[in-house]
Design a protein around this ligand. Structure first.
Ligand SMILES: Cc1ncc(COP(=O)(O)O)c(C=O)c1O
Length: 457
């Protein structure tokens, strides 16, 4: 059998030379080492790999950790109707099965902007110009990655909420960027603290390294907290003001992954709508939580100067997200099925949220202020704070107790950017999205039992 090495030897043979001379290229004695890129070397394994392994190894465990969506809620009928309509028309069906464009399907992008106009309560056509700045991506994760790729060189700075979405810290690390924490409170990102963070970096001569601020204004992952309405405009204005001081653009990346999943009150408008010049806010949205992560379609609306660089980078990634999935989504939006499904999800998750908060209240009220947790108005997460000194990390006694009692959570330490100073270790991220109602109750009981073994009320 001809091997790759045989082929190499043949290539190395000088034409006309006798074949009995040894080729200058010899098979290596041992397998040579791989020389990875600096980006690959910088990139650590995702923190949750460990959790997934533990969940698989312990089948009886209740996972209050996984950031997936409710399995039973996944919209089989909506998807099959959308695929059926798409395939019923041979021209359209074949178009969907063909490559699309890097920026994404025009019909979908138009529809996304029209929906945004309705959600923001502005007249039809107000945002028409933004259609050409709307890029469809493979989930919002890709948009977020592309923003990091387009903006961050080693040593560049991103200001992030403390705590933040831990997956976001991955691309920052890959790019060699520095994620710097800014405190939040029950109203979300603290505008005064952000101002101070900018001022401190200016005093340190680092302001020109700040590329963007990353925020999750709706029902944040991991806290469930939303940005207070009266902080929204000041936030956009503050970023714009510091951009002026720096003399170079500082962006505000608005990750609206949980927009639409509000249980009760109406959501305030997006930060993007508060930036009419379209120069500061990058809006990242996704249909993973409100339709299906398996479809994995998100989108971004980009400031003008960022559009072309990001399209060039995306061209290198994939020259366009799955065309079929984009058209499936467009059909689900057009038929009204998507909106009906989101209504259903709000009911379902709202009920689970209520049940979970009630169970936590019953099981943990004995600890008074020593154990606290957020009461989210939407999204999928509750953030719990244990007394200082309790280490919620994988190596700590509390995590071991939870494993013993058969319950999993995400250790809060992963959600803190490394700077400044030591990372708090007494928090947990809990989700009510994936577990069934019975599992939520049982998981809470187990969590309380583990706490009891670690603390006394
Ligand atoms: C805050 C936040 N942003 C972005 C994402 C990425 O989601 P996707 O890439 O599926 O759109 C997630 C997923 O959990 C998330 O929680």
């Amino acid at each position: 059998m001809q091997t790759e090495l045989d082929t190499l030897s043949e290539v190395a043979r000088v034409p006309g030379e006798s074949t009995d001379r040894r080729s200058p290229i010899q098979p290596p004695r041992s397998t040579p080492p791989i020389h990875l890129s600096q980006a690959a070397i910088r990139t650590s394994a995702p923190s949750i790999t460990n959790l997934m392994r533990m969940a698989l190894e312990n089948p009886g465990i209740v996972s209050l950790a996984a950031g997936f969506v409710d399995q039973q809620s996944l919209p089989l009928e909506v998807a099959s109707r959308a695929v059926g309509t798409l395939m019923a028309d041979p021209v359209e069906g074949r178009r969907a099965l063909q490559y699309g464009t890097t920026i994404g399907h025009p019909g979908l992008r138009t529809r996304l902007i029209e929906r945004l106009e309705r959600a923001e309560g502005v007249s039809a056509g107000s945002y028409r110009e933004a259609i050409e700045r709307t890029v469809v991506t493979t989930g919002s994760a890709q948009l977020i990655y592309l923003v990091c790729e387009a903006l961050l060189d080693p040593g560049d700075i991103v200001l992030v909420e403390s705590p933040t979405y831990f997956v976001f810290l991955g691309p920052v690390e890959t790019r060699g960027g520095r994620a710097v924490r800014v405190p939040i409170d029950e109203g979300g990102l603290r505008i005064d603290a952000l101002d101070q963070a900018f001022a401190k970096l200016q005093a340190e001569g680092q302001l020109d390294r700040v590329k963007f601020v990353y925020t999750i204004p709706e029902h944040a992952n991991p806290t469930g907290i939303s940005l207070a309405t009266d902080r929204r405009k000041p936030l956009v204005e503050l970023v714009r003001r510091w951009s002026g001081v720096a003399g170079r653009r500082i962006f505000l990346l608005e990750d609206a992954a949980y927009q639409g999943l509000s249980y009760g009150r109406r959501e305030p408008g997006s930060l993007w709508a508060l930036d009419p010049e379209g120069e500061t806010v990058i809006l990242a949205r996704t249909f993973s939580k409100t339709l299906s992560p398996g479809v994995k379609i998100g989108y971004g609306i980009l400031p003008k100067g960022l559009l072309e660089p990001i399209l060039r980078l995306k061209g290198n990634h994939d020259f366009g997200s799955a065309n079929f999935n984009q058209q499936l989504l467009e059909h689900a939006l057009a038929s009204g099925d998507y909106d009906r499904h989101v209504e259903h999800l709000r009911d379902l998750y709202g009920r689970k949220r209520d049940l979970f908060l009630e169970a936590l209240g019953e099981a943990l009220s004995g600890y008074g202020d020593r154990v606290r947790w957020t009461r989210p108005r939407g999204g999928l997460f509750v953030w719990m704070t244990l007394p200082e000194g309790v280490d919620s990390g994988f190596e700590g006694a509390f995590f071991a107790n939870c494993l013993k009692h058969g319950v999993l959570y995400v250790p809060g330490e992963y959600a803190f950017a490394p700077e400044p100073g030591p990372v708090p270790r007494n928090h947990l991220r809990l989700t009510f999205g994936v577990p069934s109602e019975a599992e939520l109750v049982e998981g809470t009981r187990r969590l309380a039992a583990a706490l009891e073994s670690s603390l006394s009320p």
